[in-house]
Design a protein around this ligand. Structure first.
Ligand SMILES: Nc1ncnc2c1ncn2[C@@H]1O[C@H](COP(=O)(O)OP(=O)(O)OP(=O)(O)O)[C@@H](O)[C@H]1O
Length: 574
């Protein structure tokens, strides 16, 4: 319970502590005031009940018509209050959602959290972060507004209605038990509390598993969506391998998981509903049954009976907030856990059990230096040894080694991403650009892809076109500036790698790390492009991991990950 309140507190503080938080706080107060005004309208309706039914009992047509007019005014006021409150509540929803989403994105993108917690990378990875950021921020703010406003206005209403019920239920309940005469004064007030307390305990007992079922349901829905998104991203690969049946099997199994949990969820909802639905309906009539002895004994008028029914009903429905909101509360608790889990995991990703994290890292020097470095997988398996080495500005290095030796992992360590291992690593000052084998193409056109992560609009006029022509993609330019999104579609593996090489020309890094970044090109094209890059970026250090020797690079030195072959020409040992 305390842990749950702590989670709520942390998320609420993000909402009200974010930019423009005071505006959201002020709007919340206005919405709350409007909610509270509904208590006043409720009181007027209770008084109206007495006046209207007394007029009926007296068969007073004029008074009854007047009361119909009063009723119309009350209902119109109530409708206006509701609409205004609903509108402002929705404005507040988008404000706070924006603040929360922005905080979640900050957390997710800061310190490469999205990489450290990516699926499968470690046992501590966060499942479905996209769902948490896109959906849970919205669901949390919506649930928070609904439940807290209902709770606060409920508490105020409760005080008001209990006072009213106290003043109305002047008659006692008198009966004889085992020969003793018992009299309970103002029994309607006590009955309302006992009635709700018993009902709440029953509801909680029946509905306890709902929270984890909601949690599970959202996770399974997100898995299904993710599988569909992956199919879309890998459409060509799946189509080429006639992978439709396999994809179908996977999608069916995800959907079966959704269905199985859904069945459990709705069964549980039926069980809870078996109690809450009749409860909800009897709340309207039960007060009449309870007050009937006093009415039959002539202790009150019909108007009085209706008035006490309304007051009792209001007390019970306000007290029953927990029962009526049980499903929504369970949903909110599950959302809060997921969202807070994302924030907490982003702040302090747990270490992978068994994997050493003893790499001494020094940044900002003149040269790249590796000494005594041994890298490990997140599960703690050691990779091939990395020889001691030193690389200065403007050098060209070929990193070679058998497949799976750890070349990409070494690059990840150079980038500061890979924490698992031991030894010392000094990375130099200056801009670095890492080029993987499968270059990432962001959403947008060729210009965005070539300039990434720079903004193409911030580059000199014609720079993007020139770079694309130099890497042999001039023919792909369908619009001036290269912003046409269709130009990116259907790029071959080699062409994608050419886009990445254009990226080097535009970003002009001091240190370029190419991890099989030209592997999809034929040898002459590879040699020509590397020679062009070398000529255009003479001061850039090129560190190239590849299975075949990058022939055209001049003054090439070799760096062996794993045991070096006998024909090694120039070993980079410190
Ligand atoms: N997140 C991870 N969890 C477990 N093992 C990993 C992880 N990342 C890398 N490895 C393992 O570390 C080893 C080195 O991988 P790496 O990608 O660095 O090899 P590589 O030398 O670049 O191979 P290739 O030449 O085939 O690209 C592999 O055996 C790989 O399976």
């Amino acid at each position: 319970m305390w842990a749950l309140l702590g989670r709520f507190r942390r998320l609420i503080l993000i909402c009200i502590g974010g930019p423009g938080g005071w505006r959201g706080g002020a709007l919340y107060v206005v919405v709350l005031a409007l909610e509270l005004s509904s208590v006043w309208i409720g009181l007027q309706l209770i008084a109206w009940n007495a006046d209207f039914y007394n007029a009926l009992e007296r068969v007073d047509a004029a008074a009854a018509v007047t009361q119909i007019g009063v009723f119309a005014v009350l209902i119109m006021t109530s409708a206006a209050r509701f609409l205004l409150s609903d509108y402002l509540r929705k404005r507040l929803l988008i404000w706070w959602r924006e603040v929360l989403t922005s905080a979640a994105l900050d957390c997710w993108l800061a310190d490469k959290t999205f990489w450290r917690l990516r699926p499968g990378a470690s046992p501590d990875s966060v499942e479905n972060p996209d769902q948490r950021i896109a959906e849970d921020c919205r669901l949390f703010v919506r649930g928070l507004l609904r439940e807290t406003l209902d709770l606060i206005s409920g508490l105020v209403g409760l005080f008001t209605y209990v006072t009213l019920l106290w003043s109305l239920s002047t008659f006692p309940l008198a009966f004889t038990l085992f020969g003793f005469g018992i009299e309970i004064p103002r029994y309607m007030v006590w009955l309302s509390f006992i009635y709700v307390a018993i009902s709440s305990v029953i509801t909680h007992g029946l509905g306890k598993p709902l929270k984890s079922l909601f949690f599970e349901q959202e996770a399974r829905e997100a898995n299904f969506r993710y599988a569909l998104a992956r199919l879309r991203d890998s459409a060509t690969e799946v189509a080429l391998s006639d992978g439709e049946p396999a994809e179908r099997r996977l999608l069916d199994s995800h959907f079966a998981a959704i269905r199985a949990n859904w069945r459990r969820l709705i069964r549980r909802e039926v069980i809870v509903g078996l109690f809450t639905r009749p409860y909800f309906q009897t709340v309207l009539q039960v007060p009449i049954f309870f007050a009937l002895p006093a009415y039959l004994a002539g202790a009150m008028t019909l108007g009085g009976l209706m008035q006490i029914r309304s007051a009792f009903m209001n007390v019970v429905t306000t007290l029953s907030w927990f029962i009526f909101s049980y499903r929504d509360l369970a949903d909110l608790v599950a959302t809060t856990e997921r969202l807070d889990g994302l924030f907490q995991a982003s702040k302090a990703p747990l270490p992978s059990p068994g994997a050493p994290r003893d790499i001494e890292r020094v940044t900002g020097g003149e040269r790249l230096r590796v000494s005594g470095l041994r890298l490990a997988t997140p599960t703690g398996a050691w990779l091939r040894p990395v020889p001691d080495a030193e690389v200065g500005r403007g050098e060209r290095v070929w990193v070679r080694g058998p497949s799976g030796a750890g070349k990409s992992t070494l690059f990840a360590a150079f980038a500061g991403l890979w924490p698992y291992g031991e030894g010392r690593l000094e990375t130099p000052a200056g801009a670095a650009l890492f080029m993987p084998q499968r270059p990432y193409l962001p959403q947008g056109g060729l210009a965005e892809a070539a300039a990434y992560p720079l903004d193409p609009a911030a580059l000199p006029n014609g720079a993007v076109e020139d770079a694309l022509r130099l890497v042999g993609l001039g023919g792909r330019l369908t619009t001036p500036g290269g912003s046409d999104e269709t130009a990116v579609q259907g790029l071959s593996g080699g062409e994608r790698q050419r886009v990445a090489l254009a990226r080097l020309l535009l970003n002009r890094p001091d240190w370029a790390y190419l991890d099989e970044a030209t592997s999809a090109l034929d040898e002459p094209a590879e040699a020509e492009l590397l020679a062009m890059l070398e000529a255009r970026l003479p001061d850039t250090t090129f560190i190239v991991a590849a299975h075949r020797r990058p022939q055209s690079l001049t003054g090439l030195r070799e760096f062996h990950v794993g045991p070096a072959p006998r024909d090694a020409e120039d070993r980079l040992t410190a």
